[in-house]
Every structure is written in C-alpha cells, then in structure tokens.
Design a protein around this ligand. Structure first.
Ligand code: GTP
Length: 218
C-alpha cells in the first residue's frame, strides 16, 4: 500500500467532560501548553484551544497522511454549570469523558454523563453515527495499591455495556505531552473511522474556526 499526502484539513471538535476535579483542565493545559499546575481552580464556563496533527489514515484502501485540526474544549464539571456545558455537546464529534481512577464516585457518575450526551445528541443509529464517546481514566500516578478505586477491567466492561470507546488511562501530571498527543491521535483516528471528513453540522467548531480566521486577518 502506498502512502499519499492530501492537502485537505479536517477539523474535529473534542469536548472534555466529566465530574468536577477529575482533571479536565490539567489535561487540557498540559496537552495544549505543556504546563501542568497543581492549583485547584474550578473551571467556570468554557475554554478552547486547537492542536494540529498529521496522521496516517486509510481511506478507500489507500493509506493517506491527513492534517487534522483538533479543537479541544474544556468544560466545567460542576453541577451548576451542567446546562451550559450541555449546550456545547451539540456539535462535537468526540466527547472525551474523564473519571478519576482514585475516586469511585466519579466512575459511578459516568451513567449520568453518558445519558446526558445521548439525550442531547440522539441515540438512534443515524445520530449515533455523528459522534463518539471515549472514556479516559485520569490520575494514574496516584492509583497505587489501595488508592486505585476503579480497575482497568471495570472501566473496559463499562465501555462494552454502554457502547462507548475505551480511551485508556493517563496522568495529566506525569504523562509527557507526546504521550498525551499519542492518545489524541488515536482518538482522532477513531473519529475518522466513524465519521470521516463528512462533518455536516454547522457547528460552533466551524464558527470558531471562522472567527479565528477573522482574528488572524485583522
Ligand atoms: P472542574 O473545572 O471543576 O470541572 O475540574 P477539572 O476536572 O477541570 O479538574 P482540574 O483539572 O482542575 O483538577 C483538579 C485537581 O486534580 C487539581 O488539584 C489537580 O492538580 C489535580 N489533578 C489533575 N490531574 C491530575 C493527575 O493526573 N495527577 C494528580 N496527582 N493530580 C491531578
């Protein structure tokens, strides 16, 4: 199989969701700025940054290197912000659902998050083809001995039961930017396999890209 290059850039929106304190902001900042901070300041509202990835994908039997712009959206996990956060599900291709491996409550609450996504985006076959939910366990560095409260097997079983994708475990603190980027490359491939470049909805992702372009032009 030969490898071709294509100029086409595909934009996907991946939104980070999950209970407060699971580490969404730390992951977002580490991945997009390379910096990890221990400060615990709850997110209010929403934050967004893009990363660009060149990934080899197979399309119609041909291996191609495509450029992807991944917009990563960090949301607030606190209950009082749920209705605002839900508004941002609408045009996401990837919903990265985080739990804290050392906090069972954040795992037990996954059902609520999954229902909330499916209620917002639709659960019939046609709608389910437009997005994927990926489960990611965070704070792996703290999950030593008894401090691990959720096993990898439990999390993988949950993915099978809920028909969502297992995104593995990570530590926003200890993982390198490269390790985190590798994970996002894998998630992007999953989205591409399911959705391809056919991102039809006129999304906040698209609008944000247009706004970014406007800003650049000024
Ligand atoms: P909300 O904004 O309230 O939704 O919380 P959040 O999910 O964005 O959590 P945040 O990133 O603010 O992290 C909460 C706390 O967990 C902070 O004190 C972080 O330092 C800590 N934390 C996040 N990720 C890790 C990790 O991988 N390892 C360790 N040891 N601590 C982490």
């Amino acid at each position: 199989m030969s490898l071709s290059e294509t100029d086409e850039t595909i934009t996907y929106k991946i939104i980070l969701i999950g209970d407060s304190s699971v580490g969404k902001t730390c992951l977002f900042k580490k991945l997009t700025t390379g910096v990890y901070s221990d400060k615990n300041i709850s997110t209010i509202g929403i934050d967004r940054k893009s990363i660009s990835l060149k990934i080899k994908v197979v399309e119609n039997g041909v291996e191609l290197e495509k450029t992807f712009v991944i917009q990563i959206w960090d949301t607030a996990g606190q209950e009082r912000f749920r209705s605002i956060t839900k508004g941002y599900f609408q045009d996401s291709q990837g919903l990265l659902l985080l739990y804290d491996i050392t906090n069972k409550d954040t795992f037990d609450n996954l059902d609520k998050w999954i229902s909330s996504v499916k209620d917002s985006l639709g659960d019939d076959d046609k709608e389910k083809d437009k997005y994927i939910i990926i489960l990611l366990g965070n704070k792996l560095d703290l999950a030593v001995g008894d401090d691990r409260r959720v096993t990898t097997e439990e999390a993988m079983k949950k993915c099978e039961e809920c028909d969502i994708i297992w995104g593995g475990e990570c530590s926003a603190k200890d993982f390198t930017v490269e390790e985190l980027t590798n994970k996002f490359e894998a998630y992007t491939k999953e989205i591409f396999q399911k959705i391809g470049c056919n991102v039809q909805r006129d999304s906040t992702a698209t609008k944000a890209v247009k706004n970014d372009k406007k800003k650049c032009a000024c």
